[in-house]
Design a protein around this ligand. Sequence first.
Ligand code: PEP
Ligand code: MN
Length: 338
Amino acid sequence: MIVAMQEKATEEQVDAVINAMEEAGVNVHRTTGEFQTILAGVGPTAGLDLTKFEMLPGVLNVHRISAPYKLAGRAFRPEGTQVEFRNGATIGGQKVAVIAGPCAIESRGQIFAIAECVKAAGAGFLRGGAFKPRSSPYSFQGLGIPGLEFMREAAEASGLLVVSEVMEIAQIEPMLPLVDCFQVGARNMQNFNLLRELGQVRKPILLKRGIAATVEELLLSSEYILSGGNYDVILCERGIRTYETATRNTMDISAIPVAKKLSHLPVAADPSHGTGRRDMVPAMAKAAVAAGADALVIEIHPNADKAVSDAAQTLFLDQFEKLVGELRGLAAAVGRTL
Ligand code: PEP
Ligand code: MN
């Protein structure tokens, strides 16, 4: 259930409503927006008489949530969520965030060179994998924590924030001091134990859509994180598997406005994995911004052809710089900045 409080509701009134909801056996999640407080009640609400809550002082209206996801739904925060980072950067506001870096951290030199390019392009987030989910167990699996330490050092030197993929619960603790945002990869979108544990973390989560997942399943996965009290989730469209073989995945651009309509969470787009092809990345990056994406995830490498993973979809640094310039013009045309 959603209880929307009146604009002028007092703290005492909000507390009284929370108490009444808890007494009725529901778990309360509170969000206070610019104009009003909204209380989402999660739990056994089916048999509850909602008029009882409607009559409480300070309440504007009460309704049931028919969607299976409760906290991820737009009604919880009609104005949208802005995820805030420690340096004041945000994802979900007017500015489209650019998250760029190599598929995998390969060496100190590699990640430092990339960090400088990301900074020079005016992007705010450095992304690289230290733990790599590879289709083959014989492929490079990532440098692990030592690689992440290189990336943290490089990011600090350039004033960037760090995004990196977490593959299992045991990695959360050692990664915590080294990342500003945990990425959950497509393969782990339904690793519910991992998602639950990330609900206890107080750092943002970039949650990628599974290759065969619907938008509703993506939102339900985000619900595992939100219900733990971590409301800083960024959804990410990264291409789904279809019968088309011309591209590695089929970039589902329509998922961006769909997710933004259904949910208050910011939506990112990853045209690198979405296409698997360097020559297609710029077109899909632009399409994503035009469709309302709040952030872009782009793989880049100084020697892209020789990248140890995902070389075919990785942009050279000069291609990335050029793309960011083009995206600035496009963002302005759709009322955003970049
Ligand atoms: C990645 O971001 O490098 C990655 C492995 O992505 P995905 O989980 O979308 O395949
Ligand atoms: Mn990759």
